[in-house]
Ligand binder design. Sequence first.
Ligand SMILES: Cc1ncc(COP(=O)(O)O)c(C=O)c1O
Length: 380
Amino acid sequence: MTRFRTNAIHIGQEPEQVTGSVAVPVFQTSTYAQQELGGHPQFDYARTINPTRLALEKNLAALENGKFGYCFASGMAAITAALSLVKSGDHVIAGSDMYGGSYRYFSKILSNYGVTFSYVDMRNLDNVEQAITPNTKLIYCETPTNPMMNLTDLAELSAIAKKHHCISVVDNTFMSPYFQNPLDFGIDIVVHSATKYLGGHSDVIGGALITIDSSYAERIKFYQNSAGAVPGPWDCWLLLRSVKTLAIRMDAHNANAMKIATMLAIHPKLKGVHYPGLPSHPQHTLAKKQMRGFGGMIAIEIGSLDAAKRFASALRVFTLGESLGGVESLVCHPVTMTHGSIEPARRAELGITDGLVRLSVGIEDIEDLIDDINRGLDAI
Ligand SMILES: Cc1ncc(COP(=O)(O)O)c(C=O)c1O
C-alpha cells in the first residue's frame, strides 16, 4: 500500500484514457451523450456525477482512510448533507465550541424543522453521556475546535456513539487528513471545509464528507444528488491540484505555528495562548495521542477589543480576514467576524472574548511572521 504523499498525488488521478493527460481534465459539461435510449450509462448528468469531481472524491476518501467521499459546494453544504441523516423528532448533541456558521445552521435553520440540539463541552465526554436521550441520533464535533483549540477524545467519542447507536460526525478541517484521521478512531463520518487546508491557497470554496460505511454513503450520495449543492469541475480541479502539496504545506504550517506559539506562550502582554502543540495546553497529551501534528491555528488572548484592534491594524504580513488554512497568514477577530452569529452570553461562556484573536499561520518565512507579530504586540 502506498503512503500519504504518494496517495495525495496519484489516487483518483491516473492519466486520462483518451489522451494520456497527466493532469485530470476539467470536465466542464452539464451532460453526456448517451449511446442508446434506456442504456443507463455511468455518466448521465453532471449534478449526479462528473469525472473531475469523482477524481477528487476518490482522492479525499483515500487520504482520510475512508471508502466513500462526496464533495460539496462549500463546507456548510457538506455539513448540511451530514445533518440530512437526522429527521424531525431527532436529537443531536453538538460540541459547544465550533465554527459560528455551523452553530448558526443548527440553531437557526435545522431547529426550525423539529430537530433538537444540546451543546456540550466535549473536552469532558461525561457531558455527552449525560446529554443522551432516547431520541439522540447524531453526535457532532470539531477537534480542535474553532476558535478555542479544545480537543475531543476521538476514540472515546466513537465508543459512546456506538454504545448509544448514534452517528458520529467530526469536522476535521483544522487538522486536515495529513495530521488526523477520525475514521481510524471509529468515527462514522468526517467533514471538511475544503476551503481551508485542502484548498490551501484561499482561492476556492468547497466541502467534503468521507465515510467507510456504505449505508451512510448511499444516503449522502442520494442527498448530494437530490439537494444538488455540488462543486463545479473547475473548483474540483483546483482542489485536486492543491491536495498534491497538502503534506508539505501542513508541515510548514505546523513548523511556523509551533515557533510562534512557543514565542507567544511566554510573552508578558498576552493573557493566554491556545495551541495544542504547547506542553502547557491542557490537552497536549491527547493531542499527541490522536494527532500527528498540531496544525497552523493559534488563538491568543490580547485583553480587550481595543488591544485586538491595535494588534490587527499594526500587522503587515498577516492579513485581516475570515477563513484560514491558506499559504498566506491571516488574522481574525472571532467576536466580530467568524463567530458573530453566536449570542454574546454564549460566546462569553465559551471564552470567545472581545480580546480573543485567531491566527492562521501561513508558510511565509518565519522571521517575517515573528517580526510582524512583534510589531502587532508593540502596538498594544
Ligand atoms: C471548522 C469549520 N468547519 C466548517 C466551515 C464552513 O466551511 P465553508 O466556509 O467552506 O462553508 C468553516 C468555515 O470557516 C470552519 O472553520
